[in-house]
Structures are given as structure tokens and as C-alpha cells.
Design a binder for this molecule. Structure first.
Ligand SMILES: Nc1nc2c(ncn2[C@@H]2O[C@H](COP(=O)(O)OP(=O)(O)OP(=O)(O)O)[C@@H](O)[C@H]2O)c(=O)[nH]1
Length: 538
């Protein structure tokens, strides 16, 4: 029973707890999902987007590096070369700086850039060598041209040797081809031909012409000597070839870096796309799960509310209705099924109403009963008289009224004492009540030693018989009364009034009481221990 009493509170608490837990779970879930989504979006904003921007910047710089390398390779003077090299270095430095702090995936790119830097340095060295070699070639050519023109002039002025002149022109024409020639093999052929022609020219000069011979030998050295024009040209071509090769290698390397960057770009774009898709999937999944969880929570909350309504609210409403009905219909029937506080409350209400009813009837009884004789009192009489008169009017009955008064009761009291007087009153009351209460008659103590009887549907004849019966019954009690002036035992005088209301509908209870009292007064005046009758029917 004790645990049953707390069922409703427990039920209510559990329901609240379930709703609270449910909403806590939904909130934690929502925060967790939102933070995940937030992390993905943040990642997208902090990593993927800057990576895309960086990748674009790398591509631009690598492309500009290709152009700058071309300028470096094509440099024809050292200042131009140095300027181009500075720009190339700057560009590589910027690319390297951009690479700093990027992911491990770029380590290959970093190595590629290191190789590229090394190769560009070597290319720069080759370009420098080429410029130097070109410069030396120029100087050698100038020197040869100078020597040759000097020899030519000396031949013209000193000796008119057409043969030598023709040979020299031949050699000059061949020497001039050295400049135009870009193929090694052809240069070797020119060298071989020059060697022959020069030998022929030298051999053709008379030994007396020492200066001419010496000049020709110098020209021979300038042209085909170990450090001659042809050798220098060959050397120059070798450097040019190496420079081209290096340039081509550097360009390939740049193309590789560029394609690697493209690949990196693709990877970055892919990962960005994946991250965006993931964020989108997360958002969709979150929305779906939130809808499902929300719907589930809503249905569960509805279920709990319905359960609480059935278990608590509807039973409380029923209890309120039953309490209202019970108070309206003066009933004590309140019942609620179950074994919890509400059913206990209904039970208590029922008990409370029953007790109230008991107390009410006890109170009513007390107010309508004479405490000394335990028969109805004057208030009960007045109510009963009104009710009887109303019934009599409707049924056109006679109503008879007795006023019974103990004779010389003052003397009885004085002689036997007040408590004996009380006992005497109880005996008389009991006797009158015994006679009158056998049928629908009614008797009450009117006050003091006076009693009153109502006899519904009793005409004057009936009243006479009944009044006499009462008087004789009291005499039969043979209660000793030493101080009675009319005998040795206790007697009563009775005033009887009989009324038919057909003609006297306006007669009220106080009028008929007054008329009956007059009859009693007459009985007393006529000597007591007798009945006097009054009747009115017209
Ligand atoms: N013991 C007792 N006496 C009561 C009670 N009520 C009234 N009396 C007494 O009844 C007496 C009534 O006296 P009276 O009205 O003079 O009437 P009586 O002496 O009977 O004279 P008659 O009626 O003329 O014969 C009084 O002495 C009251 O004190 C009661 O409850 N108990």
C-alpha cells in the first residue's frame, strides 16, 4: 500500500526523466553532429581553399620560371645573364617559400625544385662559359682579321705576287666559313683544308721573304693552332651544345615540376571536392537523423503525454466529477480504479464524506431530540407539524393535535426533588411516545412538563379516543404524587384540537396551536386529569 501510494509521483517523475534524457540525447547528438560539420567546413576553409590558391600561385611562378630560364639561356652578355639569373633565383626562392609549411605530399616537389635549382646554376655556368668563349672567339677573329689584313697589305705593297694573293683570298674565304659553320664535322673539314692551303701558301713563299713566311705561320697558328679560331669555334659549339642540352634538361625539369604541380592541384581539388562532398553528406545525414530523432522524440513525448493523461489527468477529472456528484446527491460513492495516490485519495474522500454524513445526521439528531427524554423536541415538532399540515391539505385529511401537561408538577418537583422530577418526565415521555408512535402519529416534548402530539388523518372522534388513551395510560403508571390536589398518583390534562383545512386553507400552525392550548387551559380549569376537545370543520 505504501509503495502504491507513491506510484503517481514515481510515474510523473519517470516520465519527466525520460523526456529530459530524451532531449539531452537529442541536444548532445545535435551538438556532436554540428561540431563535426563545423570541423569539416573549417578544414575546408583553412586547408583546402588555401591549398588551391597556393597551387595556382605555384603554377604561375613555375610558368614564369620557364620564361626566365629562356631569357637566361639566351643571354648574350654577362650583365644580361646576371640579371636573368637574379630573376630566376628570386622566382625559385618564391616557389620555395610558397612550399614551406605545405603537406608531406610536396616533399617530392621540394626535391624536384632542389634539382632544378642545381641544374639552373649549372646552366648559368654554361651560359657564362659560352659568353666568355664567344668573347674569346670574337677576339681571335679580330686578331686573325688584323694579321691577315696586315699580311695582305704587305703583299700588295712589297711584292706583286698574284699567286700568293689568290691563295690568301682562298684561305680568307675558307676562314670566313668558320664563323658561319655550326657543325663540328664541317669545321674539321675546313680545318683540314685550311691546313693544306696554309701549308701550300707557306711552302710557296720564298725563303727570303721571311716576314711573309712568319706572318703566314702566325695566321696558321691563329686559324688551326691548338688555340686557333677553328679550335675555339669547336669549343664554342661544344659549350653551345652543352648549354642547349642543359637548357632542354632544365625545361623538361620545369615541365616535370609543372606536371607534378598539376597533379598536386588535381589532388588538392579532389580532396577539396571530397571535403565539400563529405560536408554535404554530413549535413544531409545530420538533417535526416535529426528529422528521425526529432520525430521519434515527438512521438515518444506524445505517448508519454497520452499515458500521463490516461494514468493521471483523466482519473483526476473522474475523481473531481465523482466528488461533485457525491456532494450534489449527498452520496458517499467515490471510486477510482488502481492502487496509487489517486485511488487512495478517492478512498479517503469516500471515507471523509461518509464520516461527514454520519456527523451531519448525528448533529441533526441532536438538534431535533430532547436530551432529557430522548424523544423529539419542540423544533422537530414544528417541522413535523408543517409537513403534516401540507399533506393533510393535499389529501383533505383531519389533523388532530394534543397538548399534554402534567398536573401539579411544580409541587411534584418541590416535594420529590428535581432529579426525581426528571425521572418522572422520562417515564411520562416514554409512555406517551409508546402509545403515539405505534403508527404515523408523532409526539415531542414541547418544553418543561408539557408534551405535544400530532395525529394525521385523525378526526375528532379518533382524537377523543386517543386522548383518553393517553390520559389513562399515564394514570396507569401509578406514579406517586403526594402533593397532588386531585389524587395520590400523577395525572395529566390534555387539550385536543382537530382541524379540517378544506375551508380554512389559510390556517397556520400557530393558530391551531393556540386553539389547542385554549382546550388545555379549559381542561386545567375544569379540574385537571381530563381531556378537552376543540374541533373545526367549516
Ligand atoms: N424536574 C424537572 N422539572 C421541570 C422541568 N421543566 C419544568 N419543570 C418544572 O415543572 C413545573 C411546572 O409548574 P407549573 O407551570 O406551575 O405547572 P404545575 O405545577 O404542573 O401546575 P398545573 O400545570 O397548573 O397543574 C415547574 O416547577 C418547573 O420547574 C424539567 O425538565 N425537569
Amino acid at each position: 500500500m505504501i509503495s502504491g501510494k507513491k506510484q503517481t509521483i514515481r510515474l510523473f517523475t519517470y516520465a519527466q526523466l525520460i523526456i529530459l534524457i530524451l532531449f539531452t540525447i537529442v541536444t548532445i547528438f545535435a551538438v556532436y553532429r554540428l561540431s563535426n560539420l563545423g570541423y569539416t567546413l573549417e578544414n575546408l576553409a583553412n586547408e583546402s581553399m588555401p591549398n588551391i590558391a597556393k597551387a595556382a600561385s605555384f603554377t604561375n611562378r613555375i610558368q614564369s620560371l620557364s620564361t626566365l630560364t629562356s631569357i637566361l639561356t639566351g643571354s648574350t652578355s654577362n650583365p644580361a645573364r646576371q640579371l636573368a639569373k637574379q630573376k630566376v633565383d628570386k622566382s625559385i626562392q618564391l616557389v620555395n617559400q610558397s612550399l614551406l609549411g605545405t603537406s608531406d605530399a610536396n616533399s617530392y616537389l621540394t626535391r624536384q625544385l632542389a634539382t632544378l635549382t642545381q641544374e639552373i646554376n649549372e646552366l648559368d655556368t654554361l651560359v657564362e662559359q659560352r659568353i666568355l668563349q664567344e668573347h674569346m672567339l670574337l677576339k681571335s677573329r679580330e686578331k686573325f682579321t688584323y694579321e691577315f689584313s696586315k699580311l695582305f697589305q704587305s703583299i700588295n705593297t712589297n711584292i706583286a705576287d698574284n699567286k700568293l694573293e689568290n691563295k690568301l683570298l682562298d684561305i680568307l674565304l675558307l676562314a670566313m666559313q668558320i664563323d658561319q659553320q655550326t657543325r663540328m664535322h664541317a669545321l674539321r673539314q675546313i680545318e683540314s683544308e685550311l691546313a693544306k692551303k696554309l701549308k701550300n701558301a707557306i711552302d710557296g713563299v720564298a725563303s727570303s721573304q721571311i716576314n711573309t713566311k712568319a706572318s703566314l705561320t702566325d695566321i696558321q697558328t691563329h686559324l688551326i693552332g691548338n688555340d686557333g679560331l677553328v679550335t675555339q669555334k669547336i669549343q664554342f659549339l661544344k659549350i653551345v651544345g652543352r648549354t642547349r642540352g642543359r637548357d632542354s634538361f632544365v625545361r623538361n625539369l620545369i615541365a616535370n615540376v609543372s606536371s607534378n604541380l598539376d597533379y598536386q592541384n588535381q589532388l588538392t581539388n579532389q580532396s577539396t571536392l571530397q571535403a565539400a562532398n563529405k560536408a554535404n553528406d554530413s549535413a544531409t545525414e545530420y538533417a535526416n537523423i535529426t528529422v528521425i530523432v526529432g520525430l521519434f522524440s515527438f512521438l515518444l513525448t506524445l505517448g508519454i503525454i497520452y499515458f500521463l493523461y490516461k494514468k493521471i489527468v483523466s482519473r483526476l477529472i473522474s475523481l473531481a466529477q465523482q466528488v461533485e456528484m457525491a456532494s450534489e446527491h449527498n452520496s458517499t460513492e467515490i471510486h477510482i480504479n488502481g492502487n496509487d495516490e489517486i485511488s487512495q485519495l478517492a478512498e479517503r474522500f469516500s471515507l471523509y464524506l461518509a464520516r461527514m454524513k454520519e456527523q451531519e445526521s448525528a448533529l441533526l439528531n441532536m438538534t431535533l431530540t430532547d436530551p432529557l427524554t430522548a424523544i423529539p423536541n419542540r423544533r422537530a415538532f414544528e417541522a413535523q407539524l408543517k409537513e403534516t399540515m401540507a399533506i393533510a391539505r393535499r389529501n383533505e385529511w383531519w389533523v388532530s393535535l394534543f397538548l399534554v401537561d402534567i398536573d401539579f408538577f411544580k409541587d411534584y418537583n418541590d416535594h420529590y426533588g428535581h432529579s426525581e422530577g426528571d425521572a418522572c418526565l422520562r417515564l411520562v415521555a416514554n409512555e406517551i411516545h409508546k402509545i403515539m408512535a405505534r403508527n404515523t402519529d408523532f409526539c415531542a416534548r414541547f418544553g418543561g412538563e408539557e408534551f405535544v402530539c400530532i395525529l394525521p388523518n385523525t378526526n375528532p372522534n379518533g382524537a377523543k379516543l386517543k386522548a383518553e388513551a393517553v390520559r389513562k395510560a399515564i394514570m396507569s403508571l401509578s406514579i406517586p404524587h403526594a402533593k397532588s390536589a386531585i389524587g395520590d398518583t400523577l395525572t395529566v390534562s390534555i387539550g385536543s384540537g382537530s382541524f379540517l383545512f378544506t375551508q380554512h386553507d389559510n390556517w397556520m400552525s400557530d393558530i391551531i396551536f393556540e386553539q389547542t392550548d385554549k382546550a388545555l387551559y379549559k381542561a386545567k380549569r375544569n379540574g385537571r386529569n381530563q381531556c378537552d376537545f376543540f374541533a373545526i370543520d367549516e
